[in-house]
Ligand binder design. Structure first.
Ligand SMILES: O=C(O)CCC(=O)C(=O)O
Length: 253
Protein backbone atom coordinates (compact mmCIF):
# COMPACT_ATOMS: atom_id res chain seq x y z
CA UNK A 1 0.00 0.00 0.00
CA UNK A 2 2.95 2.33 0.70
CA UNK A 3 3.74 2.32 -3.02
CA UNK A 4 0.43 4.11 -3.58
CA UNK A 5 1.09 6.56 -0.73
CA UNK A 6 -1.83 5.29 1.31
CA UNK A 7 -2.00 3.29 4.53
CA UNK A 8 -4.43 0.96 6.21
CA UNK A 9 -4.37 3.27 9.24
CA UNK A 10 -5.63 6.14 7.06
CA UNK A 11 -8.45 3.93 5.78
CA UNK A 12 -9.41 2.86 9.31
CA UNK A 13 -9.32 6.45 10.53
CA UNK A 14 -11.05 8.24 7.62
CA UNK A 15 -13.12 5.49 5.97
CA UNK A 16 -11.58 6.16 2.57
CA UNK A 17 -8.30 6.48 0.68
CA UNK A 18 -7.37 8.53 -2.39
CA UNK A 19 -4.57 7.78 -4.86
CA UNK A 20 -3.93 10.67 -7.23
CA UNK A 21 -3.43 9.16 -9.73
CA UNK A 22 -3.45 5.35 -9.59
CA UNK A 23 -3.49 5.06 -13.39
CA UNK A 24 -1.16 7.21 -15.50
CA UNK A 25 -2.21 8.99 -18.72
CA UNK A 26 -1.53 6.07 -21.03
CA UNK A 27 -3.33 3.54 -18.78
CA UNK A 28 -6.35 5.82 -18.38
CA UNK A 29 -6.48 6.42 -22.15
CA UNK A 30 -6.58 2.67 -22.66
CA UNK A 31 -9.40 2.29 -20.11
CA UNK A 32 -11.35 5.16 -21.71
CA UNK A 33 -10.96 3.65 -25.20
CA UNK A 34 -12.34 0.39 -23.88
CA UNK A 35 -15.24 2.18 -22.19
CA UNK A 36 -16.04 3.81 -25.53
CA UNK A 37 -15.87 0.43 -27.29
CA UNK A 38 -18.04 -1.15 -24.61
CA UNK A 39 -20.68 1.58 -24.78
CA UNK A 40 -20.78 1.38 -28.57
CA UNK A 41 -20.58 -2.40 -29.12
CA UNK A 42 -21.75 -4.13 -25.94
CA UNK A 43 -24.26 -1.84 -24.21
CA UNK A 44 -26.88 -2.26 -26.99
CA UNK A 45 -26.80 -6.05 -26.39
CA UNK A 46 -27.26 -5.93 -22.59
CA UNK A 47 -30.44 -6.79 -20.68
CA UNK A 48 -32.48 -3.63 -20.01
CA UNK A 49 -32.08 -3.94 -16.24
CA UNK A 50 -28.30 -3.45 -16.57
CA UNK A 51 -28.49 -0.11 -18.40
CA UNK A 52 -29.98 3.11 -17.04
CA UNK A 53 -30.85 5.98 -19.38
CA UNK A 54 -32.39 9.27 -18.24
CA UNK A 55 -34.54 8.81 -21.35
CA UNK A 56 -34.60 5.31 -22.84
CA UNK A 57 -35.41 6.74 -26.26
CA UNK A 58 -32.28 8.87 -26.28
CA UNK A 59 -28.98 6.89 -26.12
CA UNK A 60 -27.03 10.09 -25.40
CA UNK A 61 -28.68 10.14 -21.94
CA UNK A 62 -26.88 6.95 -20.82
CA UNK A 63 -26.35 7.33 -17.08
CA UNK A 64 -25.16 4.03 -15.63
CA UNK A 65 -24.26 0.51 -16.68
CA UNK A 66 -24.18 -2.31 -14.11
CA UNK A 67 -21.97 -5.42 -13.86
CA UNK A 68 -19.87 -4.54 -16.87
CA UNK A 69 -17.18 -7.05 -15.88
CA UNK A 70 -19.62 -9.88 -16.56
CA UNK A 71 -19.94 -8.95 -20.23
CA UNK A 72 -16.42 -8.10 -21.40
CA UNK A 73 -12.98 -9.70 -21.03
CA UNK A 74 -11.14 -6.40 -20.69
CA UNK A 75 -13.28 -5.25 -17.76
CA UNK A 76 -13.29 -8.72 -16.25
CA UNK A 77 -9.48 -8.53 -16.01
CA UNK A 78 -9.66 -5.02 -14.53
CA UNK A 79 -12.11 -6.22 -11.88
CA UNK A 80 -10.61 -9.62 -11.08
CA UNK A 81 -6.87 -9.35 -11.63
CA UNK A 82 -5.81 -5.76 -11.18
CA UNK A 83 -4.28 -3.38 -8.70
CA UNK A 84 -7.85 -2.38 -7.78
CA UNK A 85 -8.58 -5.82 -6.40
CA UNK A 86 -5.20 -5.84 -4.65
CA UNK A 87 -6.07 -2.57 -2.87
CA UNK A 88 -9.53 -3.89 -1.90
CA UNK A 89 -7.95 -7.00 -0.35
CA UNK A 90 -5.45 -4.89 1.53
CA UNK A 91 -8.08 -2.54 2.92
CA UNK A 92 -10.49 -5.31 3.92
CA UNK A 93 -7.66 -7.57 5.15
CA UNK A 94 -9.45 -10.50 3.58
CA UNK A 95 -10.06 -12.26 0.29
CA UNK A 96 -12.74 -10.43 -1.65
CA UNK A 97 -15.79 -11.33 -3.69
CA UNK A 98 -16.04 -9.11 -6.79
CA UNK A 99 -19.67 -7.95 -6.94
CA UNK A 100 -20.20 -5.10 -9.34
CA UNK A 101 -18.35 -2.88 -11.77
CA UNK A 102 -20.36 0.14 -12.83
CA UNK A 103 -19.93 2.81 -15.44
CA UNK A 104 -21.11 6.26 -14.32
CA UNK A 105 -21.71 8.96 -16.89
CA UNK A 106 -22.56 12.54 -15.95
CA UNK A 107 -22.54 14.54 -19.17
CA UNK A 108 -22.03 18.33 -19.12
CA UNK A 109 -25.10 20.13 -17.84
CA UNK A 110 -26.43 17.02 -16.09
CA UNK A 111 -28.18 18.50 -13.13
CA UNK A 112 -28.71 15.47 -10.94
CA UNK A 113 -26.47 15.29 -7.87
CA UNK A 114 -25.69 11.90 -6.33
CA UNK A 115 -27.58 11.90 -3.00
CA UNK A 116 -25.73 11.26 0.28
CA UNK A 117 -25.82 7.55 1.02
CA UNK A 118 -24.00 4.58 2.53
CA UNK A 119 -23.41 1.70 0.13
CA UNK A 120 -23.93 -0.72 3.03
CA UNK A 121 -27.61 0.20 3.00
CA UNK A 122 -27.89 -1.30 -0.50
CA UNK A 123 -25.65 -4.32 0.24
CA UNK A 124 -27.49 -6.07 3.13
CA UNK A 125 -24.28 -7.52 4.66
CA UNK A 126 -23.46 -8.88 8.07
CA UNK A 127 -20.90 -7.85 9.10
CA UNK A 128 -21.00 -4.80 6.83
CA UNK A 129 -17.49 -5.31 5.43
CA UNK A 130 -17.13 -4.20 1.83
CA UNK A 131 -15.43 -1.48 -0.19
CA UNK A 132 -16.30 0.55 -3.26
CA UNK A 133 -13.60 1.87 -5.60
CA UNK A 134 -14.20 4.91 -7.78
CA UNK A 135 -11.94 5.68 -10.73
CA UNK A 136 -12.12 9.10 -12.40
CA UNK A 137 -11.95 8.83 -16.20
CA UNK A 138 -11.95 12.64 -16.52
CA UNK A 139 -10.39 15.38 -14.42
CA UNK A 140 -12.86 15.93 -11.58
CA UNK A 141 -13.58 18.91 -9.34
CA UNK A 142 -16.50 20.71 -7.67
CA UNK A 143 -17.74 22.05 -11.00
CA UNK A 144 -18.26 18.71 -12.75
CA UNK A 145 -19.34 16.72 -9.70
CA UNK A 146 -16.43 15.12 -7.85
CA UNK A 147 -17.09 12.74 -4.97
CA UNK A 148 -17.39 14.03 -1.38
CA UNK A 149 -16.89 11.92 1.73
CA UNK A 150 -17.91 12.47 5.33
CA UNK A 151 -14.63 11.67 7.01
CA UNK A 152 -14.92 9.10 9.82
CA UNK A 153 -18.61 8.42 9.16
CA UNK A 154 -17.94 4.66 8.90
CA UNK A 155 -17.13 4.45 12.62
CA UNK A 156 -20.77 4.25 13.67
CA UNK A 157 -21.83 0.64 13.09
CA UNK A 158 -25.48 1.71 12.81
CA UNK A 159 -26.41 2.68 9.24
CA UNK A 160 -28.23 6.00 8.90
CA UNK A 161 -31.93 6.01 7.87
CA UNK A 162 -32.39 5.98 4.08
CA UNK A 163 -35.44 6.75 1.97
CA UNK A 164 -36.45 7.06 -1.68
CA UNK A 165 -34.65 9.79 -3.65
CA UNK A 166 -36.19 9.45 -7.11
CA UNK A 167 -32.63 9.55 -8.51
CA UNK A 168 -31.98 6.93 -11.16
CA UNK A 169 -29.18 4.58 -10.02
CA UNK A 170 -29.15 5.95 -6.46
CA UNK A 171 -32.66 5.13 -5.34
CA UNK A 172 -31.93 5.52 -1.62
CA UNK A 173 -30.44 8.47 0.23
CA UNK A 174 -29.90 9.43 3.87
CA UNK A 175 -33.07 11.12 5.07
CA UNK A 176 -31.48 13.11 7.91
CA UNK A 177 -28.29 14.12 6.09
CA UNK A 178 -26.84 17.54 6.88
CA UNK A 179 -26.20 17.37 10.61
CA UNK A 180 -23.39 19.61 11.95
CA UNK A 181 -21.16 16.49 12.13
CA UNK A 182 -21.92 15.68 8.48
CA UNK A 183 -21.21 19.24 7.38
CA UNK A 184 -18.05 19.72 9.46
CA UNK A 185 -16.49 16.49 8.23
CA UNK A 186 -17.40 16.63 4.54
CA UNK A 187 -14.40 16.73 2.24
CA UNK A 188 -14.35 16.92 -1.54
CA UNK A 189 -11.95 14.81 -3.57
CA UNK A 190 -10.93 16.57 -6.79
CA UNK A 191 -8.15 15.13 -8.95
CA UNK A 192 -6.86 14.39 -12.43
CA UNK A 193 -8.22 11.56 -14.59
CA UNK A 194 -6.78 8.35 -13.13
CA UNK A 195 -7.55 9.44 -9.56
CA UNK A 196 -8.71 6.45 -7.58
CA UNK A 197 -10.82 6.54 -4.41
CA UNK A 198 -11.88 3.62 -2.27
CA UNK A 199 -14.30 3.82 0.65
CA UNK A 200 -15.77 1.57 3.31
CA UNK A 201 -19.39 0.50 2.83
CA UNK A 202 -20.48 2.62 5.82
CA UNK A 203 -18.71 5.80 4.68
CA UNK A 204 -21.24 8.50 3.79
CA UNK A 205 -20.61 9.98 0.36
CA UNK A 206 -22.27 12.15 -2.26
CA UNK A 207 -21.42 14.03 -5.45
CA UNK A 208 -22.56 17.22 -7.08
CA UNK A 209 -24.26 17.66 -10.44
CA UNK A 210 -22.08 18.27 -13.49
CA UNK A 211 -22.51 22.02 -13.75
CA UNK A 212 -19.89 22.50 -16.43
CA UNK A 213 -20.96 23.31 -19.95
CA UNK A 214 -18.39 21.23 -21.79
CA UNK A 215 -16.64 18.76 -19.45
CA UNK A 216 -17.82 15.20 -19.09
CA UNK A 217 -17.57 13.37 -15.77
CA UNK A 218 -17.18 9.69 -16.40
CA UNK A 219 -16.13 7.16 -13.78
CA UNK A 220 -15.94 3.45 -13.03
CA UNK A 221 -17.14 1.98 -9.74
CA UNK A 222 -15.81 -1.30 -8.29
CA UNK A 223 -17.64 -3.12 -5.49
CA UNK A 224 -15.97 -5.91 -3.51
CA UNK A 225 -17.36 -7.70 -0.47
CA UNK A 226 -15.04 -9.17 2.16
CA UNK A 227 -15.20 -12.95 2.17
CA UNK A 228 -16.17 -12.87 5.86
CA UNK A 229 -19.29 -10.76 5.13
CA UNK A 230 -22.56 -12.67 4.71
CA UNK A 231 -25.27 -11.40 2.41
CA UNK A 232 -28.92 -11.45 3.51
CA UNK A 233 -30.03 -12.89 0.17
CA UNK A 234 -33.78 -12.69 0.91
CA UNK A 235 -33.60 -8.98 1.83
CA UNK A 236 -31.39 -8.19 -1.15
CA UNK A 237 -33.53 -10.09 -3.69
CA UNK A 238 -36.72 -8.49 -2.39
CA UNK A 239 -35.14 -5.03 -2.59
CA UNK A 240 -33.82 -5.59 -6.15
CA UNK A 241 -37.17 -6.98 -7.37
CA UNK A 242 -39.00 -3.99 -5.91
CA UNK A 243 -36.51 -1.60 -7.52
CA UNK A 244 -36.71 -3.30 -10.95
CA UNK A 245 -40.53 -3.23 -10.83
CA UNK A 246 -40.47 0.45 -10.00
CA UNK A 247 -37.95 1.23 -12.78
CA UNK A 248 -39.99 -0.77 -15.29
CA UNK A 249 -43.22 1.00 -14.24
CA UNK A 250 -41.62 4.39 -14.74
CA UNK A 251 -40.18 3.35 -18.11
CA UNK A 252 -36.57 3.54 -16.93
CA UNK A 253 -35.64 -0.04 -17.85
O1 LIG B 1 -20.35 8.67 -9.35
C1 LIG B 1 -21.03 9.17 -8.44
O2 LIG B 1 -21.63 10.24 -8.58
C2 LIG B 1 -21.12 8.54 -7.09
C3 LIG B 1 -20.72 7.09 -7.05
C4 LIG B 1 -21.19 6.45 -5.79
O3 LIG B 1 -21.83 7.06 -4.97
C5 LIG B 1 -20.95 5.05 -5.53
O4 LIG B 1 -20.27 4.38 -6.33
O5 LIG B 1 -21.42 4.54 -4.49
Amino acid sequence: MEKYNVTLEQFHQDGFIAVKPLFDDSAITDIKNNVQRFVHDVVPTLPAARVYYEDRNDPTTLKQVQKIFEYDNYFEALMLQSVVREIAENLLQDDVIPINMQYFNKPPGNNTPTPAHQDGFYFHLNPCEAVTGWLALDDVDEENGCVHYVRGSHHSTQLRPHGKTGVLGFSQGITDFGTPTDNNNSVCLPGPAGTFLMHHARTIHFAGANQSLDRSRRALGFIYYAKRAREDIAAKTAYQAQLDTQLAQTGKI
